[in-house]
Design a protein around this ligand. Structure first.
Ligand SMILES: Cc1cc2nc3c(=O)[nH]c(=O)nc-3n(C[C@H](O)[C@H](O)[C@H](O)COP(=O)(O)O)c2cc1C
Length: 152
């Protein structure tokens, strides 16, 4: 953990940690620690795209797949002041012991936070198009499929 904070302070550009070195709980602690120092962060799931290129850039062995990258930086005033989007209730997000599928009414109530002038149907269609039926999403699926070939 100290090494990680040191590397944040010394502004090294890229550090690669594996799950052997750093647990999911520690990952969250790093983000919280960074926040307390005024350093913002962002998870980058896009690291799963372009597997071949990232494997070469990061010198990854065949059984290592980058699931998450985290970037850090000092937020601009505009970013620091931005109103954070409303979150869905915790009991909707957190699953304990067993996964519980929300029914349609609950799902709508939890997601229907800021659809602006759009109806829920229009908003969710656009969300789906942006997140799941997009070039980046197709590339992510292709990339993961390619990486999985190492395991079969
Ligand atoms: C698992 C995960 C992966 C993410 N991947 C990306 C990404 O690849 N690119 C990106 O710009 N933001 C990424 N984000 C950040 C989200 O887009 C979003 O900005 C962040 O969760 C903060 O949410 P907010 O804008 O609602 O405050 C990711 C977030 C999570 C939790």
């Amino acid at each position: 953990m100290n090494t990680i904070l040191e590397s944040l302070h010394s502004r090294k550009s890229v550090r690669v940690f594996t799950d052997r070195e750093i647990s999911p709980k520690e990952k969250q602690q790093i983000l919280t620690a960074a926040e307390s120092l005024g350093i913002g962060s962002c998870y980058i799931g896009d690291i799963m795209e372009h597997y071949e290129k990232h494997r070469e850039l990061l010198n990854l062995p065949p059984y290592v797949f980058p699931a998450i990258m985290v970037v850090f930086g000092y937020p601009t005033q505009q970013q620091a002041d931005r109103q954070k989007p409303k979150r869905a209730p915790l009991d909707f997000i957190v699953q304990e012991n067993r996964y519980h599928r929300a029914d349609e009414t609950t799902l709508k109530a939890c997601l229907n936070t800021d659809t602006g002038t759009l109806s829920f149907e229009e908003w969710i269609q656009r969300f789906c198009k942006r997140k799941y039926h997009s070039d980046f999403s197709n590339e992510m699926s292709r990339s993961i499929e390619e990486a999985l070939k190492n395991f079969i």
